[in-house]
Design a protein around this ligand. Structure first.
Ligand code: BMA
Length: 373
């Protein structure tokens, strides 16, 4: 009888995913709290985020307290995305010209008001020294332990760790960050993508990175995001390159409405389909789902927010959706890039309706205690 009881209890225990604990068992108190609070908030609605929100917008740069979302709604986003590309070279500014010194301040400002911070890293190719968009064959082999560029990769990781460990709150506590390394790996454009890494190499790269940050550098203010593109069609294909429950906290994917005339309904369907899969995997694993990056460049459809985006996200349980950066005119490429409206942009009025939807959470819906306590 006793044995049967033990077997049943063990079987039940094995099925119940761990709740309320990040993958890093030594995560700081605020990081554990962030994780628990994200789990709670998922039931209330989804947070709206914006990349580089506080640094610049369309036709402005580095104006204290400004953000394009705030210009349009009177409120800040709830999630703030930042990017570390070029920190690995010891540069003072990132690949999009944001000074790391300013980034640190913006992160601390947002943290104080209960904003959530997420960080991506388009790091240069450690083997060739070219950009992240250099899928040179052999890159991942060369940076593995024993590879001839391993030491270069370690130096890169050290720079990343230094920055993450420099993010401090008012009492000197480390600021929690949702770290989203090696993203969009199911495409072939980055050196960590599927053109240069097979599934095992990708998993190995992710696991090595987490292990190095945690154990060698004692970075314990991170929640880790696994972040695919939108190529997957099932839970199995979503998880093909999944590095393991012990190194992942958030399950995410990137999904854009194509600039090449993709219809609103096509975007709506693919986003809803992807979210349905990721949400189910997150529930089953006791992890948190989120949309890592999305948007429709230059938001050409006046009612995109309420007629395309919001219906795609409606009814799903996930923590946040992050819109990519409002770069404005990129002179070098002669391209215009922005994903949220600025004052006067054609979808601004509709964004205000989106802002007022009960399920969308912006900064005024949150405060420090709700996120970090
Ligand atoms: C891309 C574009 C680039 C940028 C890169 C990294 O999607 O926005 O202009 O350099 O992200 O932030």
């Amino acid at each position: 009888m006793k044995i049967i009881f033990c077997v049943i209890v063990t079987a039940l225990w094995l099925q119940v995913p761990a709740q309320g604990v990040p993958a890093d068992k030594s995560a700081t108190k605020q990081t554990v709290n962030l994780y628990k609070n994200l789990e709670k908030l998922v039931k209330k609605g989804y947070m709206v985020g914006h990349q580089d929100a506080l640094a610049y917008g369309v036709e402005w740069k580095y104006e204290s307290g400004r953000s394009d979302i705030k210009d349009v709604t009177g409120d800040y986003p709830a999630v703030y995305g930042w990017e570390l590309g070029h920190i690995e070279n010891g540069a003072a500014v990132n690949l999009d010209s944001v000074p790391f010194r300013k980034m640190r301040q913006y992160i601390s400002d947002a943290y104080s008001r209960g904003g959530v911070i997420t960080i991506s890293w388009h790091g240069d190719n450690p083997m060739t020294g070219k950009s992240a968009w250099d899928p040179a064959p052999g890159t991942v082999e060369s940076i593995q332990e024993g590879g001839d560029k391993h030491a270069v990769f370690i130096r890169q990781l050290d720079k990343v760790a230094d920055f993450l460990l420099s993010l401090k709150g008012p009492s000197g506590e480390l600021i929690p960050v949702i770290f989203r390394p090696f993203h969009e790996h199911t495409g072939g454009w980055f050196w960590w993508g599927n053109k240069t890494t097979n599934d095992d190499q990708y998993k190995g790269l992710f696991r090595f990175t987490v292990d190095y940050l945690k154990h060698k550098r004692k970075v314990h203010n991170l929640l880790y995001a696994y972040n695919t593109g939108t190529e997957f069609t099932s839970a199995e294909t979503y998880l093909e390159r999944y590095p393991g429950d012990d190194v992942v906290d958030l399950l995410t994917f990137d999904c854009y409405q194509g600039a090449t005339g993709e219809s609103d309904s096509s975007y709506r369907n693919k986003t809803a389909r992807a979210l349905t899969i990721v949400e189910a995997v997150a529930k089953q694993k006791g992890k948190i789902a989120a949309v890592g990056e999305t948007g429709y460049n230059q938001v050409p459809a006046e009612k995109w927010w309420t007629e395309t985006l919001a219906p795609a996200l409606a009814g799903h349980q996930f923590a946040y959706v992050l819109f990519w950066r409002n770069a404005g005119l990129k002179k070098k490429e002669n391209q215009v890039e922005y994903y949220v409206p600025f004052k006067g942009q054609r979808s601004a009025a509709d964004f205000r309706v989106f802002y007022r939807l009960p399920e969308t959470l912006f900064q005024k819906d949150l405060n420090f205690s709700m996120i970090y306590k």
